[in-house]
Design a protein around this ligand. Structure first.
Ligand SMILES: [Zn+2]
Length: 214
């Protein structure tokens, strides 16, 4: 009676370059979760190994739970792309400010809104803490090119951004849930990441004055 074992050659997820054995031939393994010695050997050779999830590994055919490999060339290219993105972001951050507003009373010590050349034309403000960019806010630009009164907020993470949706008490409109009703509220969203059920900050509470002004 024969017993079959599925085999595979681990390879780069991007360019599909095979892992070779010591004689330069494709290396055969029987599971997508590689053994620790091979992990170490590949890492030493400049491969990037992203460990799989043992719980969902169901053998060599299972592409989901297995280890993911990136060859030395693709790893270097990815690093170069990331370095590039960081350089571009640093250059963009370093551009001179044409306007700076102190928001420390509303957002806390050290927080400012700042614009560079060109930001005003697209209704964009950088949200900064002690001069470091933490995100930006901008009026929402409709598909027809006009600008809404509602504000989008984005928080910086590494070399990217993620959108900070308006919390319920600060929404521009009930049904455009991601837009904030005012610029400083959008900036407050970036600075403080409030819970979705949080009330408006005290400085933004609507006046409830009932006595007519004299
Ligand atoms: Zn590759």
């Amino acid at each position: 009676m024969f017993s079959f074992r599925m085999v595979l050659v681990p390879h780069c997820r991007e360019c599909r370059t095979d892992v070779l054995d010591d004689d330069g031939r494709p290396l055969y393994v029987t599971a997508r979760l590689l053994d620790p010695a091979l992990h170490e050997q590949l890492t030493a050779q400049g491969w990037q190994v992203t460990p799989g999830t043992p719980g969902i590994n169901r053998g060599p055919k299972d592409g989901l739970g297995g280890d993911q490999l990136r060859c030395p060339a693709c790893t270097a290219a990815q690093r170069a792309r990331a370095d590039d993105a960081r350089r571009r972001m640093a250059a963009s951050d370093a551009r001179p400010r044409t306007k700076v507003l102190d928001l420390s009373v509303r957002l806390g010590e050290g927080w400012t809104l700042a614009q560079r050349d060109g930001d005003a034309a697209v209704h964009r403000w950088l949200v900064e803490q002690d001069g470091a960019v933490r995100g930006h806010v901008n009026r929402y630009r409709r598909t027809n090119g006009s600008y809404s009164d509602g504000w989008e907020a984005r928080c910086r993470t590494g070399t990217g951004y993620y959108r900070v949706d308006a919390i319920t008490s600060c929404q521009h409109r009930t049904h455009s849930s991601f837009l904030w009703s005012a610029r400083d509220l959008a900036a407050w969203g970036v600075a403080t990441a409030p819970r979705h059920s949080a009330p408006r900050p005290a400085w933004a509470r609507r006046r409830t004055t009932t006595t007519p002004e004299a």
